[in-house]
Design a protein around this ligand. Structure first.
Ligand code: EPZ
Length: 417
């Protein structure tokens, strides 16, 4: 298994252009099933998770080709309704293909995705909503057998603003009979990007980015072109890398509005951040400050996908910080690994107490999940000596060319087999 070897102590400087958003590409690739035509999607990041979704579409019979950072998906030849179990188990977010398959074929068989490293990841809200729209879903032997004679629009009140459930309902509703209203919908920017793709394909979706999304069913969707928005979590990760190494970097091709809660917390920790259109300059201070409270919340609150990265920064801030992870049940696995590097962190369920230390020291650590792995890289950049991170396949799920990007910014990192 591949490992990163990082020699710490280098300040980052230079500029980096941010990749397309993983969490926007995945639902939009699922959505390309609905039209039965050709979708041309650009700004595609080179990621394991994108490869997995392409594999799923191809396994169903779609014709998918990648030209540079442009994916051309022709879903006219899809002739299977069963999503391969091993692919669903490998990437649980593929569950959002359910809504798209029901919209196109009225039928889909898919393995129960099950949990992952950060928690059990239930899909009860997805299933309850799709059943409300007229899907008959049988759960047996670890599979979901879904059928419908025709989805019907309805009023859906989500118990929780689930990103995936909001996306699944949107995909099921675009060709349903009548109007679907989702209340307490997730408000993430990736939901807005999905709405843009769907409307470019002829759907009638309004309200994404607010808590109320209305979808008026149409006969069918057409061919369309779409460019994926920048990845706000990848941007936030590199911004944190500048802050933790006392560096100075420019993060380009971003949408500043998507980063407001991350900017606020990095500034509170002492980083100096200048915004200029689609770029940000981030300067790491000589002194980092502890955060009284870092609480993860649904958008526009502070994103759970940035919690681990900020925790890495707080391990060397002056003072004691409180981190409250309110979204996922088990998203502190990086804390134990950071402790091996000299951090002082105590966790109590969904709360972690991080007492800043003078410095971290390089150690052998293990990435347990995508964002936790990114946090270990950030810690390795600033630790005294050499850090070895194993299981970096987790990191490659969401970060394109991380080693190359960091070395270009002056870090000293290499991959070994
Ligand atoms: C999406 O996951 C993202 N993944 C996650 O990013 C992100 O952390 C999460 O949203 C929250 O922002 C993709 O977009 C591919 P949720 P999703 O449904 O849709 C509970 C990353 O690092 N819940 O909003 O699975 C659930 O258990 C990944 O890029 C139910 O209880 O998130 C969790 O506690 C990690 N029942 C909370 O809601 C349901 O039916 C948030 O889940 C659905 C969710």
């Amino acid at each position: 298994m591949e490992k990163y070897i990082i020699n710490g102590g280098y300040k980052l400087s230079g500029e980096i252009s941010i990749q397309g958003a993983k969490n926007s590409v995945l639902p939009i690739l699922a959505a390309t099933v609905i039209s039965g035509g050709t979708s041309i999607v650009s700004n595609i990041p080179k990621l394991r998770d994108v490869d997995m979704m392409v594999k799923i579409l191809s396994s169903l019979g779609a014709d998918v080709s990648l030209e540079g950072d442009v994916l051309v998906i022709n879903s006219s030849q899809i002739n299977k309704i069963e999503v391969p179990e091993e692919l669903v188990r490998e990437m649980r977010s593929s569950i959002i293909i359910m809504g798209a398959m029901l919209a196109r074929f009225g039928e889909v068989k898919i393995a129960f995705p099950g949990g992952c490293e950060i928690g059990p990841r239930p899909i009860d809200l997805h299933l309850k909503s799709l059943r409300q729209m007229g899907a008959v879903i049988e759960e047996a032997h670890g599979f979901l057998d879904c059928k419908t004679t025709g989805l019907k629009g309805c009023e859906i009140q989500l118990d929780y603003p689930s990103v995936g459930a909001t996306e699944n309902i949107m995909l099921a509703a675009v060709t349903a009979e009548g109007v679907t209203t989702i209340r307490n919908a997730a408000r993430e920017p990736e939901i807005i990007d999905l709405q843009h793709y769907l409307n470019e394909a002829g759907a009638r979706v309004v309200g994404a980015g607010t808590s109320i999304i209305t979808i008026e069913g149409v006969e069918s969707l057409n061919d369309c072109n779409h460019r994926i928005i920048p990845d706000r979590i990848v941007a936030g990760t590199y911004m944190t890398a500048a802050a933790i190494t006392k560096g100075e970097i420019i993060v380009k091709d971003i949408i500043t509005d998507h980063l407001l809660s991350i900017i606020a917390k990095l500034r509170e920790a002492g980083a100096i951040i200048y915004a200029n259109g689609s770029a940000l300059k981030v300067i790491g201070p000589n002194k980092l400050y502890a955060l009284e409270m870092l609480q993860t919340l649904p958008y526009p609150g502070f994103p759970t996908d940035m919690q681990a990265q900020l925790m890495a920064l707080l391990t060397i801030a002056n003072g004691t910080s409180i981190v409250n992870e309110t979204i996922f049940e088990n998203r502190f696995k990086h804390a134990e690994e950071l402790t091996r590097m000299g951090a002082s962190i105590k966790t109590f369920g969904k709360v972690a107490v991080v007492k800043g230390v003078k410095e971290l020291t390089g150690a052998k650590v293990s990435a347990k999940d995508l964002r936790g792995g990114a946090a270990l890289v950030l810690a390795g950049l600033v630790a005294q000596g050499t850090t070895e991170i194993e299981n970096i396949y987790h990191i490659n799920r969401g970060y394109e060319s991380m080693e190359e990007n960091l070395n270009k910014l002056g870090a000293n990192i290499k991959t070994i087999k």
